[in-house]
Every structure is written in C-alpha cells, then in structure tokens.
Design a protein around this ligand. Structure first.
Ligand code: GMT
Length: 380
C-alpha cells in the first residue's frame, strides 16, 4: 500500500508512535510518505520506502497567523498525487484530520481515504475546547476510519462528541528490541525516572513529593527527562523538600531508551493518560512502573504485576510502593520480567498488522462522495 502519515514531529507520544508505525509499515513493504512541518524526531535516517515531505510554514504580513492547516492540505494533495497515495493516516485530530479531509475533497480523482488516530490530548484537552468541539466532531464523523489508543479514550470520545460511528481501539506499539537492556550495574543508589512534557496533566510536583517521601527511606536519585511549563515549579519544590541534590534534570532527549536502561523504576503520577506510551517503553525495558490508576493506564500496566497503580494524587501510597519495589530485589525482578512479558502484547508484530487490515478495509469501502457541484441557476 502507499500511505501518507502526518503527526506532530516533536517529542510527544503521538509522534513517537506514528513514526514507529511508519517505519514498521515500510519494513513490511509498504511505501510511507511522512508529511509534516519538520522531520519526526525519531526518523533519524530515511529507511527504504520512506520519504519525508516538508510543509513550508510561510509568512505574509496580512495574515496574523499562518494558515498551516491549509498549507498542510495543499501539501497532502501534492504528495498524494506525486506518490499515488491511497491513505492519509493522521495522528491527532486537530488540525491534521480536517486538513486530510480537505485534501480528500480537493482531489476526488485520487480516491484518498482518511484514517484518524486519536491520542487523547487532541480530544480531551484541545479538541474538546468549545471552539474546537464542532470541528473535532466533524473530523471524527468524516474520516473513513477512526482509531483510539485505548478503550478508555474510545469511551471518552463517544461521550464527549456524541459519536455513533464505529471507532476501533488499536493500541500504540513499541519496537521491543530497541528497549532490550543489558543487566544494569547496581551501585546501591536506586534510580527513579520520570519522563514527560511537564504539563499540568503530568502532576510533576507529585513526582517530587513521592520521591521525597521515598528518599527518607532509601538511597535513590530522581532523574527528570523532558521539559515543560511545570519543571521549574517541580524543581522549586525539590529545593523546599531538601532533595534538590538528589534530582538530576537532563532536558529533552530524542531517545529515552538509554535512560530507561539506567533506571530502576518509572514514576508516572499523571492526572490522566489516554495510554501512557512511556509506561509501555519502561515495561519493554524491564523497568517497573508506579503510576496513576487513570485513563488508559490500567489497559497498559497490570496493577500488581508489572507495576502499581494508585489514584492520582495519592502521594503516600505511591511512595510506599516505590520503596517496596526498590528495597526488595526479588519483587523488583518479578515485576521487571512481567513488564517485559506484558509489553510483548504491544510489540509491533502484534499491532502493525491491525493497521494494515484497517487500511485494506477502508480501501474496499466506497470513497467519500465528492463535494456537490453548485446547481445551475443557484445564487453564485
Ligand atoms: O501528553 C503527552 O504526553 C503528549 C501526547 C501526545 O499527543 O503526544 O500524549 C498522548 O498520546 C500518547 C500517545 O498515544 C499517549 O501515550 C499519552 O498518554 C497521551 N497523553 C495524555 O493522554 C495526557
């Protein structure tokens, strides 16, 4: 098949997964054209059958905001024509899905199909805002197929947007080999890792509170990977709690695997996660997870087996679990092994064929009807 993929090319989980999916599809013989304003970060080299097409973000004095959505739609048509694309698969509803629907309408002769994968923040935070709600709903209704990354997100989407059309749940996947790790050298100091974009939903200050409580009982360091609006607040709290000396910040990184290789535990106390790709990456690396029992996380991390899930905000309980896992080597080893085993459910070989089947199905469906030609005599 000949596929176009559009995603946010930055560090978010949606872009990470979309890039992995594209690479895996190319390995399976499909041609994949990434269309975005810059090359996705994890698309370091272009593997065979993968191309990248940059959407020019221009400027014009008259326009306060450059109409990126329109530039993207135009680029989608250009690439679809040149590369004879059959499917445009967009990751994130706003603004990619409306752009793809517009591209499909602009070039009816291409018979393009639009597949929209919802990742969570696009519908729960951005798309659900009153001014975006109608266009998000329109995009979900008008796509040829829609997927969500978890059951939780499907239910939330149906409820928020009153959706009646089918939505298929296809989870994110990981390249299991990439996260395989050599035995970690344990020098006695345990490493607790948190990886996020430090937005409010991640509850970064809870990361510090949990770590500070656990630090009273065990020798540990906290490594913070990523950056965002709440990082400085979290660091200020670390100073106030007297643990700043045990906290290392490494900023934004392109590949989290080396940090997971050096970690003993991942802490993810988010208010919600539609999926929690980083928890899956941790499990694939054999790193137990202490996280919130929220959103789609229970679909990824089996509580009491690969990690512990507690209600968001339950700092004491999370700290207790952190200490338990770091102080008991046997328990830690059992959770690490269970994590690896359970991550295999989300291996690319399990998930990618489900997308292939979905593309084949939408290609068998009749194409969306073209936009109506104005009727003769209608007011012009
Ligand atoms: O919030 C983020 O971490 C970024 C965001 C994104 O769109 O990249 O993440 C969302 O999509 C990821 C990939 O499907 C999921 O793993 C994250 O759970 C989800 N974030 C939230 O639901 C808060």
């Amino acid at each position: 098949m000949r596929l176009g993929i559009t995603c946010y090319p930055t560090h978010g989980g949606s872009g990470v997964f979309a890039t992995e999916l594209g690479k895996q599809l190319a390995l399976r013989g499909h041609t994949v054209s990434f269309i975005s304003y810059s090359a996705p970060l994890r698309l370091v080299d272009l593997p065979p059958r993968v191309t990248f097409h940059e959407v020019e973000a221009g400027e014009y004095p008259l326009l306060k905001q450059y109409p990126y959505t329109l530039a993207l739609a135009a680029k989608m048509v250009e690439v679809a024509t040149a590369n004879r694309l059959q499917v445009l698969h967009v990751h994130y509803a706003i603004p990619f899905s409306p752009a793809a629907i517009l591209a499909r309408q602009m070039a009816p002769e291409l018979n393009l199909r639009v597949v929209t994968t919802l990742h969570g923040t696009d519908t729960s935070l951005v798309g659900a805002a009153p001014y975006f709600h109608p266009v998000t709903r329109f995009s979900i209704e008008q796509s040829d197929a829609v997927t969500t990354v978890s059951e939780y997100l499907r239910n939330e989407t149906v409820e928020t947007f009153q959706i009646v059309r089918p939505i298929e749940v296809i989870p994110n996947c990981v390249d299991l080999d990439h996260y395989l790790r050599a035995a970690r050298i344990d020098d006695g100091t345990k490493v607790v890792l948190h990886i996020s974009n430090f937005r409010e939903v991640k509850r970064a200050t809870d990361v510090i509170r949990v770590f500070a409580r656990a630090r009273e009982r065990i020798d540990a360091r906290l490594v913070l990977v990523g950056d965002g609006p709440d990082l400085s607040r979290a660091l200020a709290l670390a100073r106030a709690c007297g643990v700043a000396g045990d906290v290392t910040t490494v900023g934004v990184v392109d590949d989290v695997a080396p940090f997971l290789q050096a970690a003993d535990l991942l802490l993810l106390p988010s208010a919600s996660e539609s999926f929690g790709l980083v928890a899956l990456e941790a499990m694939a690396s054999g790193v137990p997870v202490v996280a919130s029992r929220a959103g789609g996380l229970p679909e990824v991390v089996t509580d009491g087996e690969a990690g512990y899930l507690l209600p968001p905000g339950e700092v004491e309980g999370m700290a207790e679990r952190v200490v338990q896992l770091l102080a008991d080597a046997d328990l830690h080893a059992r959770f690490a092994a269970a994590g690896r085993r359970q991550a295999a459910r989300f291996g690319c070989d399990e998930v990618v064929p489900r997308f292939e089947a979905l593309y084949e199905r939408v290609l068998r469906q009749p194409p969306a009807p073209p936009v109506m030609e104005p009727q003769a005599g209608a007011p012009g």
